[in-house]
Write a protein that binds this ligand. Structure first.
Ligand code: MG
Ligand code: MG
Length: 271
């Protein structure tokens, strides 16, 4: 069942999403060669608690950490360990926060030092596909419209679109209806209505879409060992249009990146 949110609930969800946005922004300046994932995980936990929230993933289904930390060929659900970041790595960081009874849940794939152009392109295309998907999250459209838009864009670049893991509705539960796959057919699936809040999160592989899971029961990685990227935003459907509750602006501020990509989906000014 899809749980529709009131305007007040959407404002609370924006707060939860922004806790995560700020946490990813804080991490952005720390993610560099030699950085210790376990230290960053602890920093993230403290930073979330300082904002009057609790880590959304810690203890959820017995997950042991605050961050999903998925370097290189890991797609999602990686567990932070003591393997230090190296020049040329990428790392997908997915983070959740619970505040006022609502979850925020979003993710960004970071470059560590200088990354090969081929990998940069994977990140660029995956992030672009996120916004292409968000643009389809509008009144009258259906789940399949978002899914199809993401799939066709990524596949046109020869990339593998992961199918086993999907985006989702978001609210008082981390995973609510509907499921939001990154592949599918136009015009199919649940219809979007005002007050829906979803996490849209393409998980895109440089090579095959096939994945495997490590024996830890969590870590998902590409079957061919090639890199994978993951970008996730929390989006509300307001007045028929998609409105971002999360933002990458804190990351961009930390990294000195200029971007207009969120402008069409943003209600608030962040500066
Ligand atoms: Mg997530
Ligand atoms: Mg999610």
């Amino acid at each position: 069942m899809i749980l529709i949110k009131t305007a007040e609930e959407i404002e609370l969800m924006r707060e939860s999403a922004l806790v995560v946005s700020k946490t990813l922004g804080m991490l952005a300046s720390e993610i560099k060669p030699g950085a210790d994932p376990l230290k960053l995980d602890k920093m993230a936990e403290e930073f979330i608690r300082e904002q009057g929230a609790v880590p959304g993933f810690l203890g959820m289904y017995d997950f042991p950490n605050t961050l999903n930390w998925s370097p290189n060929a890991q797609v999602v659900h990686g567990i932070p360990n003591n393997e230090l970041l190296k020049e040329g790595d990428i790392v997908s960081v997915d983070c959740g926060a619970l505040k006022n009874g609502f979850y925020g849940d979003h993710a960004y794939t970071f470059e560590v030092g200088e990354v090969p152009e081929k990998t940069k392109k994977l990140l660029r295309v995956t992030k672009a596909s996120l916004y292409i998907g968000i643009r389809e999250f509008k009144l009258g459209n259906r789940v399949g419209d978002v899914a199809h838009a993401i799939q066709t864009y990524c596949e046109s670049h020869g990339y593998g679109v992961v199918r086993e893991l999907v985006g989702h509705g978001l609210g008082r539960d981390l995973h609510e209806d509907p499921q939001m796959p990154n592949y599918g057919k136009r015009g199919r699936g649940k219809k979007f209505v005002n007050g829906m809040v979803v996490a849209i999160e393409p998980m895109i592989n440089m090579g095959t879409r096939s994945i495997k899971q490590l024996k830890d029961g969590w870590t998902i990685l590409t079957a061919d060992g090639l890199p994978s990227a993951h970008f996730e935003h929390n989006v509300a459907l307001v007045n028929g249009k998609p409105e971002l509750l999360s933002t990458f602006q804190y990351i961009y501020d930390a990294l000195g990146i200029r971007s207009e990509e969120e402008a069409e989906f943003t209600r608030h000014e962040f500066h």
